[in-house]
Design a protein around this ligand. Structure first.
Ligand SMILES: Nc1ncnc2c1ncn2[C@@H]1O[C@H](COP(=O)(O)OP(=O)(O)OP(=O)(O)O)[C@@H](O)[C@H]1O
Ligand SMILES: [Mg+2]
Length: 400
């Protein structure tokens, strides 16, 4: 069987049997390699760990390892990847074809080595060869009636009151789940105009939900995974909000539904951050959530808005047992009493987050409180919330 080659516009697209990923620590190398592989449209990762994290074991793939990964520890990591995932084949790009580099590449199990100077067309040829070899060694596909085994648990963080602490809760909850959970955890920033989860996690994602929506008709799991950014300290995956607020209008409720379904098919948990409005996108997210964390506070305007918000959720026929009340800045002596609020809202608070200077400090440093100060009251209450969400998973027997 030969790889297909189609003409799209004036650019020739080579269709391989397996996805291709470029791995290099340096952005300029990743760009050079993806340009050399233009006809294939390869994804790009900054480390072997990031590739391993985002792709599913068992899914065949071809990787191009760039010239910045030539240290002994890089060869070790590549070797471990290729041993643990025999369905992955690697081609390496090096500056100089030195004997010791070749020896280490062979030991690591790399299929082919190409010199940087010969990228065009040797790299593409090497990938085409690896694609054919992988095809011939692949076991026959087992037919499975259920296309995706995992059904990730969706937790949407919402509040009818802006500035109540939704993003602080969403980022910390997502990181806490990523730390406690063996399966992938994804944070979806659905505050499409002013989402700042990437900033709060000190991340600089290459893609945002706008990029996903631009090719939503052709979006598949592999492509979506390649657009998630990895939060290195916790392993959390992020689909960031658009950089340009004007892009928010282009994201529809249907798009978000497609994205959520794809995320649920591979992630154990998906945490969704939202804006404080009931628009189509937010309603569709709330409707599809297993848990809705409603963030309130101890002041009367917030409680009034939360009360109205809960009534709206009722009108939307969202079952009340999905709602988890969290009270933020809950230690203020000048404000209302927690029990009084619970009576007013007819809900028990599942976590009380104290007001603490450490929150704005950790936001400004881009290190969530659960990592920055794990023993603090703020981190402990957010950890408790993660425990409630995880207990829900166990209660319903879902994959964790
Ligand atoms: N428990 C807390 N103690 C001290 N400061 C807090 C606490 N919770 C949140 N803050 C601060 O309040 C501000 C608003 O928090 P956050 O951005 O999480 O709210 P939000 O609900 O996401 O806001 P928006 O509606 O604008 O999206 C942040 O600057 C944050 O540092
Ligand atoms: Mg926010």
């Amino acid at each position: 069987m030969k790889a297909r080659s189609d003409l799209m516009g004036d650019q020739e697209i080579v269709r391989l049997h397996h996805p291709v990923a470029v791995i290099d620590a340096l952005a300029k190398n990743r760009t050079a390699l993806t340009v050399a592989l233009r006809p294939i449209q390869a994804g790009a990762f900054s480390s072997v760990d990031a590739f391993d994290e985002v792709t599913d074991p068992g899914d065949p793939a071809l990787v191009v390892v760039g010239p910045s990964l030539l240290r002994p520890e890089d060869f070790d990591r590549i070797g471990r990847l290729l041993r643990s995932r025999p369905e992955v084949r690697a081609v390496m790009v090096v500056d100089q074809l030195a004997a010791d580099v070749l020896k280490q590449a062979i030991r690591a199990g790399v299929s082919d080595v190409v010199q940087q100077a010969d990228l065009d067309p040797e790299l593409l040829d090497a990938i085409l060869r690896a694609d054919q070899v992988l095809l011939s060694v692949e076991p026959p596909q087992v037919v499975n009636d259920e296309p995706e085994a995992r059904v990730g648990q969706v937790t949407t963080v919402f509040s009818p009151k802006g500035g109540s602490g939704k993003s602080v809760v969403a980022t910390n909850l997502a990181v806490a789940l990523a730390e406690r959970c063996s399966g992938p955890v994804v944070l979806l920033d659905a505050d499409l105009q002013f989402g700042d989860d990437a900033v709060m996690l000190h991340m600089h994602p290459r893609h945002t939900i706008s990029d996903v929506v631009e090719s939503i008709d052709r979006m598949d799991l592999h492509q979506l995974k390649s657009m998630l950014a990895v939060h290195e300290p916790s392993g959390l995956l992020l689909l960031a909000a658009p950089v340009d607020p004007a892009m928010a209008e282009r994201v529809t409720a249907a798009d978000v539904g497609v994205i959520l379904n794809l995320l649920r098919s591979f992630a154990a948990h998906i945490v969704v951050d939202t804006p404080s409005v009931f628009n189509d996108v937010v309603i569709s997210l709330l409707d599809r959530s297993d848990d809705i964390v409603v963030v309130g506070g101890l002041d009367i305007p917030t409680i009034k808005n939360v009360k109205v918000g809960l009534q709206t959720l009722g009108m939307l026929e969202i079952p009340q047992n999905r709602i988890r009340l969290v009270l933020n800045r809950a230690n203020s002596k000048v404000k209302l009493d927690v029990e009084e609020i619970e009576r007013t809202l007819q809900l028990r608070a599942e976590a009380l987050i104290p007001s603490d200077i450490l929150v704005p400090t950790s936001v400004n440093r881009g290190i969530p409180a659960v990592l920055d100060a794990p023993r603090s009251g703020v981190a402990r209450s957010l950890g408790q919330l993660a425990g409630v969400i995880l207990a829900g998973t166990r209660r319903e027997g879902r994959a964790a």
